[in-house]
Design a protein around this ligand. Sequence first.
Ligand code: ADP
Ligand code: MG
Length: 450
Amino acid sequence: MTNDAWGRVRETLATRIGKNNYTSWIEPLRLVGLTDGVVRFDVPTTFFGDWVSRNFSDHILALLNAEGHRAGRVEFTVPVRAPVEVPKPQRAAAKPARARNDEELPGATLDARFTFDSFVVGKPNELAHAAARRVAEGGPVTFNPLFLYGGVGLGKTHLMHAIAHELQARQPHLRVLYLSAEQFMYRFVQALRDKQIMDFKEIFRSVDVLMVDDVQFIAGKDSTQEEFFHTFNALVDQNKQIVISADRAPGEIKDLEDRIKSRLQCGLVVDLHPTDYELRLGILQQKAEYYRQQYKGLEISGGVLEFLAHRITTNVRVLEGALTRLFAFASLVGREITLELAQDCLADILRASDRKLTIEEIQRKVAEHYNIRLSDMIGPKRLRNIARPRQVAMYFAKQLTSRSLPEIGRRFGGRDHTTIMHGVRKIEELMTTDSQLSDDLQLLRRQLQA
Ligand code: ADP
Ligand code: MG
């Protein structure tokens, strides 16, 4: 694709998404190229890329395709820079000049759409939601920190923003600081560089509520961890509320100092479980309602949402992306959203969601987890430290795939189906008494189903 073609697409985009959005988000994109259906852009920051991806990639794709370019996906890269060029967070070239739907906190930009109102509650996120609500009341601190964890796209960031919105509405005098662990690190590094570490400490120690998203990011980053630890303690000592999120439980974050792990476990640790069908359908219905208003007159046939909730089980972000694309596409071609249209337009997403977990993948993941060789999974060794992981892998092969016991046996070096059955039973038995094993199983299951 030429820059000219991209220029034409940009012009159309400008009229579609409005001047402000265009200047803030589209102009800074640097086209790298289009190959194999993937169009690539350089962007100033990861945040920037995420935002454009979330809000405009479907527009971009639709227009490119309308221009005759076959593009199915947009990718954003942040060109590698020397660390001294880390952008000042305050300047945050990534942020729009106060786009309508953003409001500024001393920390990062809040997404105006991430409110409690727009958060659909179901069994898998019930507890997380209740805990977040509790914090958002802003009453006396009952648990500190609130630690939310779960796989990608399950609503952690959404809940944190919702807490911030709610607190700001109820108690505008409170200083609420929300930022990602990555931003925390950038600010820290920058403060070190500019010899303003006292200011940095001052800012972080004077907030009433501190929320740090994706804390797993600071694992292995020693001085950032150290600073985070001190900030954390200072705030807890002053009885200020802290909310943390991560993609896994505190104890499961590798290369995180033990004292931090144990601090993080001191409050309330809540798990956001993978979505179930009802929750996915609820989210889709809510989104569809919103889009029906946005794209006036666009109809969606019965059964389409149910179909999507049934087929796209990965994460909510993918689910939302699918719906966004569906509406954008349907409005572009001026057709009603039917099952056929959905199947057509979302073929790639549906195919990706169809991906079945294989026994080999299970063996690989389990071997990795227990630090044994893949060949030992299949081999004859009977040592406990190899036999147990092998049984764990058998257990998951039975639980998470539709393979029969003899088939599983074949994949475990030609073992008899009774051996597999024995292995599965053994694990089922042990998991009720052995809490370490049950933790392992939980973690592995999450990773395998991610
Ligand atoms: P995480 O931070 O856990 O990776 P996000 O909070 O960014 O996930 O959520 C991903 C997307 O899915 C967001 O657009 C969010 O609004 C949406 N989402 C996730 N869970 C829900 C929910 N229960 N109700 C409504 N939207 C949700
Ligand atoms: Mg998040």
